[in-house]
Write a protein that binds this ligand. Structure first.
Ligand code: KG4
Ligand code: ZN
Length: 375
């Protein structure tokens, strides 16, 4: 089946067209129009500015995505709009309905509803967090009963959640979902998300937005032996028995350290690199420790990572090492780097698994949508 997916939950306008069969996934097009430059001057995302950009970008991204997918003469107003070359039709449209920035979500939803009416195809609402988890399937990895229970760690700009994935109870099979698992949130951040902590601390250090890649780049330059600086940050909640997180104290600790330094040191490369390395390590330590604990406690067979922060090389490497040392039998899944940050390919994959969902006429944005509601 051919799925066209739309993602506008934050500051990326994304449309992808995929051909998904039981045997595998073929990406026909994947267009991401990033608003990073626009928001960089403000050091964060402004929802109404982002909404305006989505409205402007969507028709352009749509045309580009269809063209790449093989239809050079696409015209959204024509009935032939759903026809791809070789007379293949779009069978389904998938759109992110939450969680995310509400004005941005509505832009994608309105566009998707109009398109679904024009093309006379069904529309499925997609949970953005579920899509980050299912990004692991894009490169044709399968999730089978042998993977469950699985512990998923979703780390993005807006979320930090530990989610348990278990085989679906027989009674709930009547929900019509094309998947045989369900989700339960077992822990989450009580304040800032991990990505938000990267973004906010990068802002303090004057490294710009988005902060994650900027902190990672500075941390990579840090050389412990030759450094004049010894920066030491807390590992919030690391020894608590729950699976919750807290990152706002870490940001405050960075702010105090920064404020206490002289103007010369604040600007020195060595200080920035030492601080970036410690911020990154503190976040990684807490995420690894709590994920390993949850995996042990729930007897999980698989650890699944997802979300923008998963693009962090050091985090991927340290997870791999720790799992090998402490839980050698556990399967470790992480998305291809290309599909860690927001994209519509993961929305299409989630669309495939939710294809039997009905009732799209009532589709609405929900800024706080929970993954446990998307069975
Ligand atoms: O999933 P995502 O693209 O958007 C949301 O759903 O929020 O995640 C964006 C977040 C940002 O906070 C960004 O700083 C972070 O992912 N990020 C990273 C890296 N690349 C993106 N954090 C750490 N290291 C990276 N390499
Ligand atoms: Zn995301």
């Amino acid at each position: 089946m051919i799925i066209l997916a739309i993602e506008t939950s934050c500051d990326d306008t994304c449309i992808a067209v995929l051909e998904i069969k039981n045997k595998g996934i073929k990406i026909l097009s994947n267009v991401v129009s990033s608003q990073v430059k626009l928001h960089a001057k403000y050091g964060g995302v402004y929802p109404f500015l982002a909404k305006r950009e989505h409205q402007k970008n969507l028709p352009i991204v749509f045309k580009k995505a269809l063209k790449e997918a093989g239809n050079p003469k696409i015209d959204a107003s024509a009935n032939s709009a759903s026809t791809l070359s070789g007379n293949r039709r779009v069978d389904l449209i998938a759109v992110t309905t939450g969680p995310g920035l509400e004005p941005c979500l509505w832009t994608g939803i309105n566009f998707a509803v109009d398109l679904a009416k024009k093309l006379k195809v069904s529309l499925v609402p997609i949970n953005h967090i579920e899509a980050h988890i299912l990004a692991n399937i894009i490169n044709n990895k399968q999730l089978t009963i042998n993977n469950f229970p699985a512990v998923c760690l979703v780390i993005s700009g807006g979320h930090t959640q530990l989610i348990l994935m278990t085989p679906i109870r027989k009674a709930s099979l009547s929900n019509g979902a094309g998947k045989n698992w369900e989700y339960k949130i077992i822990g989450e951040t009580r304040d800032d998300a991990a990505g938000e902590c990267f973004d906010k601390t990068a802002r303090i250090l004057g490294l710009g937005y988005p902060g994650g890649p900027a902190i990672a780049a500075e941390a990579a330059k840090f050389k412990v032996q030759s450094s004049k600086f010894k920066v030491s940050l807390p590992r919030p909640m690391i020894y608590q028995k729950n699976y919750d997180f807290s990152f706002s104290g870490l940001k405050t600790a960075v702010l105090y350290d920064f404020k206490g330094r002289s103007a010369k040191i604040k600007k020195s490369k060595q200080y920035i690199q030492a601080m970036a390395a410690e911020i990154q390590q503190s976040i990684i330590d807490v995420l690894v420790k709590k994920t390993i604990k949850a995996t042990r406690d729930y007897n999980a067979k698989t650890i699944i990572l997802g979300g923008g922060v998963t693009a962090n090389h050091e985090l991927r490497k340290q997870f791999k090492k720790k799992i090998k040392e402490e839980l050698p039998k556990i399967q470790y899944l992480k998305p291809n780097i290309k599909f860690c940050t927001d994209n519509a390919v993961m929305i299409a994959v989630a669309g495939y698994f939710n294809r039997k969902k009905k009732g799209w006429k009532k589709i609405k944005a929900d800024a706080n949508l929970k993954i446990s509601e998307s069975q």
